[in-house]
Design a protein around this ligand. Structure first.
Ligand code: GLC
Ligand code: CA
Length: 557
């Protein structure tokens, strides 16, 4: 085995979006006590690690990704005592807790920013990125990632501050050593509390191009900032410093959300020597539907084509081998539901295609992530009105493209939202068939998907053929078979437009995995004459030389 063992390589992570997970006090908003209540459910599923989307104090312009105090809990989510109880209970059950670390920016309501905007000579001025405008215009043409300009004019001092996301998310100035020290102190404080790691929000964006050049204008309005804010000149220096000062002192797991990351960059962020992070999330496979979009950017709604997806999946498996650890995911709180996007959420194929997707991902090399409700095969919403949108990204995009610039119709924008909007993943967790899917006794902050009557945890746990039990088995298999964690990856059937297949090898054993990406029965010669033990399949009977609609098979020989 050419890979160093680590607990986080052998783990499966479950992401909780606390706002939508479980509401314990009937105010319509999920909370920490709601999570604690449901820890036994996660134990039953078999996952090892829980990643919590941000739970810190926040005015919630971007649902907690805009933090106003890193050492306090968001009012709606509970108290620090609730947190400590949740952490202790998780540890008792053998579950680890990974916190979201959002340090590219803070809320404009963070005391640092409140000070910073007061005057040019304020002690906190340099905590953020302030620039003079160009005449009456902002310092450059960058568009924020949530629409509109990336610069906000502040009258008090007559300068602009940078915000790559909303104007309530001001970018911190990582060139300032005081900022870095303050962040490391805060991280140390949480580690000393006993948490088990960090998921680092847009960590690839810490270092900006010092020239702040205009970006390429692709939608006729603003310029693209990505090339100038991702993987900037000092980013690895900062992360190595963070590693020396904090990460290396604890046995924790780290995963960086690395917008704009290439494989070469990923090899640095997640290098096997361990001088930076454990692993990173890349975005290539979740961007394959964004190309034929009627407007630009992410709002595409074509079903991802296996021919486009395959080279991306293969490349990340092959090129990280032995050099860096990878992470595996289909969805999260920023992506639509996996089964609706990559599988088939019709009544006929939802369960079988959700299982196929789970197989494809969980048998690959890297640490798998399950997003809340994915284990139930939860689906996208249908957006029929802009009032359905709660997410600031959707609200701003609608305003910019539909209302202000009239570039596309409301109908098309809503079609885009129904396919890829983040709110698809943020509808409440479907626990049972009771009112509000058992999520809340009050009025949920976001509408429940009406299909909760049939798709819910209680129903899944009463059905031995459910997606839940299939995921439970996938997770157990990973714990029982080193080959699934550490085996080397080799692509198979590379010319197929219908089947995604690969093998994993370790110590003379071979794991063969094949997944039919389509609703047709297609021929597949991988399994006959293959002798071996079938570890898992979403069909109990096979047809010789064929794979049935969305069939997945895994054989160990
Ligand atoms: C990350 C988060 C996303 C958030 C953004 C700004 O991409 O996952 O939810 O809106 O960063 O913090
Ligand atoms: Ca609540």
């Amino acid at each position: 085995m050419n890979e160093k063992r680590a607990w986080w390589k052998e783990s499966v992570v479950y992401q909780i979006y606390p706002r939508s997970f479980s509401d314990s006090n009937g105010d319509g908003i999920g909370d920490l006590n709601g999570i604690t209540e449901h820890l036994p459910y996660l134990k039953e599923l078999g996952i090892d690690v829980i990643w919590l989307s941000p739970i810190y104090k926040s005015p919630n312009d971007d649902n907690g990704y805009d933090i106003s105090d890193y050492r306090e809990i968001m009012d709606e989510f509970g108290t620090m005592d609730d947190f400590d109880r949740m952490l202790a209970r998780s540890h008792e059950l053998g579950l680890k807790i990974v916190m979201d670390l959002v340090v590219n920016h803070t809320s404009d309501e963070h005391p640092w920013f409140i000070e910073s905007r007061k005057s040019k000579d304020n002690k906190y001025r340099d905590y953020y990125i302030w620039k003079d405008g160009k005449g009456d215009n902002p310092p450059n043409n960058w568009q924020s990632l949530f629409s509109g300009p990336a610069w906000e004019y502040d009258e008090t001092t007559g300068q602009y501050y940078l915000h790559c996301f909303t104007k309530k998310q001001a970018d911190l100035n990582w060139e300032n050593e005081k900022v870095r020290n303050a962040v490391y102190d805060m991280m140390t404080w949480w580690c000393d509390k006993g948490i088990d790691g960090f998921r680092m929000d847009v960590i690839s964006m810490l270092s900006k191009d010092p020239d702040y050049p205009d970006g390429e204008v692709t939608d006729g309005i603003y310029g693209d900032l990505m090339p100038y804010v991702c993987n900037g000149p000092h980013v690895h220096e900062y992360i190595q410093e963070m590693n020396r000062r904090v990460l290396s002192k604890y046995d924790i797991m780290t995963v960086g959300e690395a917008a704009g990351v290439t494989i070469d960059e990923a090899k640095k962020y997640a290098n096997s020597e361990g001088s930076e992070l454990g692993m990173v999330f890349h975005f290539e496979h979740v961007n394959t539907d964004a190309t034929t979009t009627p407007i630009l950017g992410k709002w595409g709604y074509d079903h991802p084509d296996l021919k486009k997806l395959r080279p991306i999946l293969n490349k990340w498996q092959l090129e990280l081998e032995g050099k860096a650890w990878g992470s595996l995911y289909w969805d999260n709180h920023d992506q639509p539901r996996a089964v609706s996007r990559f599988g088939n959420d019709s009544e006929k194929y939802r369960v079988v295609s959700a299982k196929m997707l789970g197989t494809l991902l969980h048998m690959m090399k890297g640490t798998p992530y399950v997003y809340q409700g994915e284990e139930l095969g939860m689906t996208n919403m249908v957006f029929t009105s802009p009032d359905d949108c709660k997410d600031v990204e959707e609200i701003n995009a609608y305003r910019q493209y539909v209302t202000e610039h009239k570039m596309i119709s409301s109908e098309v924008m809503l079609k885009c939202f129904s396919a890829v909007a983040r709110d698809n993943a943020r509808t409440p967790m479907q626990w049972n068939a009771d009112k509000n899917a058992g999520f809340s006794t009050g009025t949920p902050w976001i509408a429940v998907n009406p299909n909760y009557v049939t798709i819910n945890a209680e129903a899944a746990m009463a059905d031995k053929d459910s997606v839940f039990y299939y995921y439970q088995k996938l997770i157990r298999l990973r714990h029982e078979n080193d080959i699934i964690v550490y085996g080397q990856f080799r692509p198979l059937l590379e010319d197929s437009g219908e089947i995604y297949a690969y093998e994993r090898t370790l110590d003379g054993k071979v794991l063969t995995v094949a997944c039919n990406w389509t609703e047709n029965t297609v021929s597949c010669d991988l399994f006959d004459p293959l002798a071996g033990e079938e570890l898992i399949s979403n069909y109990s009977e096979h047809i010789k030389g064929m794979l049935q609609p969305y069939e997945a098979r895994v054989v160990l020989s």
